[in-house]
Write a protein of this length. Structure first.
Length: 345
């Protein structure tokens, strides 16, 4: 057995890496994700539905295939039905579920893509998000009180989109985020917790949204992120872990935000993503040979979009929205590279 990039594979598992993106197969896979609503996997993912819709819609947007207007109307109405009447204006992950900050952020992003933000009770959403800020500047995801950097990013992103950052204590949030920074320059989910690449994404983009990255040693952070690239070309989330396609987004977008994306081997990363495609049925898996899912399909496509390694719509590395959407909504560009870019890059 040979160890390759944090996980073991045998010579019999080796296969030729496809050089092309199976666009039409991925489109078919994404368009038929919810065909069997009676399946066990569909039922067991009920609590992830809002995220799943965001990943699927965003993936189709990157592929340039958001062309089914009947699905648009259906999805928008479904999102609005997920509003939790027990809150000021928050959304749950599915109809009848309690509202949380992450689902509310996903709902907003989907409505941005579909140019339907005007359907929102904007003031209610703002009040819901602002009401989740804690005394130390952090954000909880719901009234139960779970706190970590994911929710700070979701809050700052959503309030930037809604032009309502003045409704929270931004300085307190920045101070709390910086408490999550570790000795190697990266970030954990909460203060004094182990660094993890997905939380680094959230912390970096949250600080970028409020122009506070000057408080971070970007070279030290960039080096920690670059060290996550394994011999396979894929990234892992922590030292000595297996590579996973989702980090193609979490890490590459953070590197792009701090202007260090050229520090890694983009060609090897693209090769790793291509190798995780399902050549028969479409979709992208976490690593070669595994079963695809919508989560990894979106993040694999997003990574390829950032690298310009496929014919995909460009994605904004901070908002996680297609650049075309950011421009249409006239959102703050956040980074100088988006000040005057066109939709093709």
């Amino acid at each position: 057995m040979a160890r390759t990039g944090g996980y073991e594979s045998s010579a019999s598992e080796a296969r030729k890496v496809p050089e092309a993106l199976f666009r039409e197969k991925h489109v078919h896979y994404l368009q038929h994700l919810d065909d069997d609503k009676e399946s066990l996997s569909y039922m067991m993912s009920e609590h992830l539905r809002m995220g799943g819709v965001y990943w699927g819609v965003s993936a189709l947007a990157l592929l340039g295939r958001l062309d089914d207007m009947s699905r648009k109307a259906e999805i928008v109405e479904w999102i609005l039905s997920c509003r939790d009447p027990k809150t000021a204006g928050g959304f749950g992950p599915n109809v009848g579920h309690d509202a949380d900050l992450t689902s509310t952020h996903y709902a907003l992003l989907i409505l941005c893509i579909y140019d339907s933000v005007d359907r929102l009770d904007t003031e209610g959403v703002i009040n819901f998000i602002a009401g989740l800020q804690q005394k130390d500047g952090s954000f909880s995801t719901d009234h139960w009180g779970e706190v970590d950097v994911r929710f700070a990013y979701c809050a700052l992103s959503a309030l930037t989109i809604l032009n309502a950052l003045d409704r929270i204590d931004v300085d307190a949030c920045v101070r709390w985020l910086l408490r999550c920074m570790n000795y190697e320059g990266s970030f954990g989910p909460v203060p004094r917790a182990e660094s993890h690449a997905a939380y680094v994404f959230c912390a970096v983009q949250a600080l970028a949204l409020v122009d506070a990255l000057d408080a971070v040693d970007l070279d030290r952070l960039g080096w920690w992120l670059c060290e996550r690239q394994t011999p396979s070309g894929g990234f892992n989330g922590r030292p000595e872990k297996a590579p996973d396609v989702c980090y193609s987004w979490w890490i590459l977008s953070a590197l792009a935000t701090i202007d260090r994306a050229h520090w890694i081997d983009n060609d090897k990363l693209a090769e790793f993503i291509h190798a995780t495609q399902d050549e028969e049925d479409g979709g992208i898996a976490d690593r070669p040979g595994d079963v695809p899912d919508v989560f990894h399909t979106f993040f694999g496509l997003a990574g390829l979009s950032l690298m310009r390694k496929a014919d995909l719509a460009p994605i904004h590395c901070v908002y996680a929205l297609p650049v075309e959407v950011v421009k249409r909504m006239q959102l703050p560009p956040i980074l100088p590279c988006y000040d005057s870019c066109d939709d093709d890059g």
